[in-house]
Design a binder for this molecule. Structure first.
Ligand code: PMP
Length: 367
């Protein structure tokens, strides 16, 4: 009999064996405020129409390889500059993996060090995980205690490590704030032709600011977005735009047919009704204002400014708050263990007024 433990030791990379899998808790029966989803579905009549379109989709065929119709719709509806195209991913998670894979393992000029992926931290965990699995080194540069970029530290780290890839989430997850745009430009310019800077705009539908129109000024800039937060997390569609020669390189690494036919049909349909999704985002922004004010009025709670569909806050005891919320069937994210800047911090998705009130009531009992 083959010894499975020996088999794993002989075949699976040591760094993969050492980490846990990306943990997503089961949420059945819970008020789900841990994943930044839009709580609203498409209106019923639109869902019925979408059902008809999906029923007509040719599931016996592979997707159209160029995805031209969907890409054209994204380019025209979502502010991609004239002359720029997009590359599609199975969520922006896949795009992050493609980016890291494309740059990693290259021999560095000085010695044969591995490629470096850099990001201000705390940041979205997939930036470091994808770098690791692609065989690159990840260098995280701490942000300041007010969650703004530490520009001198970033510039020093860029000079020292010459990152091939640098991620800036705008707004940042898990903190929720927008970095200063001038600081970001300084970083993009400092990285220059040595590296690619990805501005991850996953929360752009709520922040309503973008680096997309700056693409022509910065050949090393990639702007990445997703339809997930806008209300289509279930279909898994991310897109990124960059100068054509750069996109052509990423295209080589993209798995064929990575976006499936059902996603393609649903995304094209949803983009024809973007006004509906935008209105939902507007409602969530109003709720964010209300929820932030209600939280700020609670004793011992520090609320951080957010331009996204979630709010990060510091409570007296995050462990206790999460346990009590869990007992009340409300799922949120405990950020405490992510980074020392986030001690006793939690993150909550902005949801419907009813679910936000449920969260508020449960949180109050924990204070
Ligand atoms: N970027 C950031 C900053 C995120 O917070 C997330 C989701 N949590 C993603 C990318 C991934 O989004 P998706 O794969 O759903 O497109």
């Amino acid at each position: 009999m083959t010894d499975i433990a020996k088999l794993i030791e002989n075949t699976i990379r040591a760094d993969v064996r050492a980490v846990g899998s990306y943990h997503v808790p089961d949420s059945i029966g819970y008020v789900k405020l841990d994943s930044m989803e839009n709580p609203y579905q498409l209106p019923e009549e639109l869902r019925a129409e979408l059902g008809t379109r999906l029923a007509e989709a040719a599931l016996n065929r592979y997707p159209v390889p160029s995805y031209r119709t969907l890409k054209d719709r994204i380019c025209s509806k979502l502010g991609v500059p004239e002359g720029y195209d997009v590359l599609l991913g199975n969520g922006s998670d896949e795009l992050i993996t493609i980016l890291a894979t494309t740059i990693a393992r290259q021999e560095r000029e000085a010695g044969s060090k591995r490629a470096v992926v850099m990001a201000p931290v705390p940041a979205f965990v997939m930036f470091s995980r994808s770098a690791q699995f692609a065989g690159a080194d990840f260098v995280g540069v701490p942000i300041k205690s007010d969650f703004s970029l530490d520009l001198p530290a970033m510039l020093a780290a860029i000079a020292e490590h010459k990152p091939s890839l640098l991620f800036l989430a705008y707004p940042n997850n898990p903190t929720g704030n927008l970095y200063d745009a001038d600081d970001m430009v300084a970083i993009i310019e400092a990285v220059g032709e040595h590296g690619i800077v990805v501005v991850d705009e996953a929360y752009q539908p709520f922040a309503r600011v973008s680096f997309m129109e700056r693409l022509p000024q910065h050949p090393n800039l990639v702007v990445m977005r997703t339809l997930s937060k806008l209300g289509l997390a279930g279909i898994r569609l991310g897109y990124m735009s960059a100068a054509a020669p750069l996109l052509a390189e990423f295209e080589k690494v993209r798995p064929p047919y990575n976006v499936n036919v059902l996603t393609q049909v649903a995304a094209e349909f949803a983009l024809d009704h973007l006004d509906v999704l935008d209105r939902q985002a507007g409602l969530l922004n109003e709720e964010r204002t209300r929820l932030a004010a209600a939280l700020a009025a609670l004793p011992g709670v520090e609320v951080f400014p957010s331009a996204a569909n979630f709010i990060s806050l510091r409570v007296p005891d995050a462990e206790r708050a999460c346990a009590i919320l869990h007992g009340e069937k409300v799922l949120i994210k405990n950020l405490s263990k992510m980074h020392k800047l986030l001690a006793n911090c939690i993150r909550v998705t902005v949801s419907t007024p009813e679910e936000n009130d449920q969260f508020l009531a449960a949180l109050k009992t924990s204070l």
